[in-house]
Design a protein around this ligand. Structure first.
Ligand SMILES: Nc1ncnc2c1ncn2[C@@H]1O[C@H](COP(=O)(O)OP(=O)(O)OP(=O)(O)O)[C@@H](O)[C@H]1O
Ligand SMILES: [Mg+2]
Length: 236
């Protein structure tokens, strides 16, 4: 089944279009990486899917329903989760309180998530402001998972992490399909992200310049030269 299908998506923040006709498909249970240079429109695409872009047109079909005219709240209620590029947690609340304030949270769900994120469970009584960047990212993930989304959009999930935390973060993302969550990841570390993905696409100027199976993109000479950095540099 296709969980997300986008056709001719256009839009922007003012009268100028940033997205210039995006077509994209994501199958249920798959991980898709959206790569591209700074300013290519990756975060804008994520905002359009979630319902946070001021102006957009085109079809955004989620589980067979066109959601393009729905509010961000309605899209979330249908099962779209979002962790923005700057991870937002309530620094003055404890970890437990950060999870409790999500409207659909209940004790059992929070315990399930603590089982998935043992590090958060250990620190449940600590203030979120005392967490490191990577730990805060985990809390932002956990918060987004509380309502049991079917699709999770992650915007630069590893950007704020020190290099030694990146692999653990990708390992966590890789687990999401086994929890029933399909994933769309926006990433600058395109090689590493493609390595845990089923499919990938590369945005350029608000359009899909290249897309396909992740392993095919990783082996694609043109993708490597133009967008992914040189082979062997460890992935940018
Ligand atoms: N809130 C905003 N208001 C107006 N223009 C914006 C806004 N956010 C982004 N833009 C513009 O939209 C274009 C695409 O930005 P976007 O944030 O989608 O890029 P990106 O691919 O996510 O880049 P990065 O890799 O740096 O995060 C840029 O030219 C940017 O200046
Ligand atoms: Mg961005």
């Amino acid at each position: 089944m296709t969980i997300l299908s986008i056709r001719d998506l256009r839009g922007g923040y003012s009268e100028v279009d940033i997205l210039n006709g995006i077509d994209l498909d994501l199958a249920d249970g798959e991980i898709l990486t959206v790569a591209g240079t700074n300013g290519a429109g990756k975060s804008t695409l994520a905002k359009a899917i979630v319902g946070l872009l001021p102006r957009s047109s085109g079809v955004i079909s989620f589980m067979g329903k066109d959601i393009a005219s729905l509010s961000a709240e309605a899209r979330m209620a249908l099962g779209i989760g979002y962790v923005p590029q700057v991870a937002n947690v309530f620094a003055n609340l404890t970890i437990l309180e950060n999870l409790q304030v999500v409207s659909s949270s209940n004790r059992q769900r929070i315990e399930e998530l603590f089982a998935t994120f043992p590090l958060l469970a250990e620190r449940r009584r600590m203030r979120a402001g005392s967490l490191s960047g990577g730990e805060r990212q985990q809390l932002a993930f956990a918060r987004a998972l509380v309502p049991k989304p079917r699709l999770m959009l992650l915007d630069e999930p590893t950007a704020a992490l020190s290099p030694n935390k990146v692999a653990a973060s990708f390992a966590l993302i890789r687990q999401l399909p086994s929890l029933g969550v399909s994933v769309l990841i926006v990433e600058q570390r395109a090689r590493q992200s493609l390595a845990i993905s089923d499919r990938g696409c590369i945005l350029d100027g608000g359009l899909v310049a290249l897309d396909g199976a992740a392993d095919v993109l990783l082996a694609d000479q043109r993708a490597a030269e133009l967008y992914l950095g040189n082979i062997g540099n460890g992935g940018v």
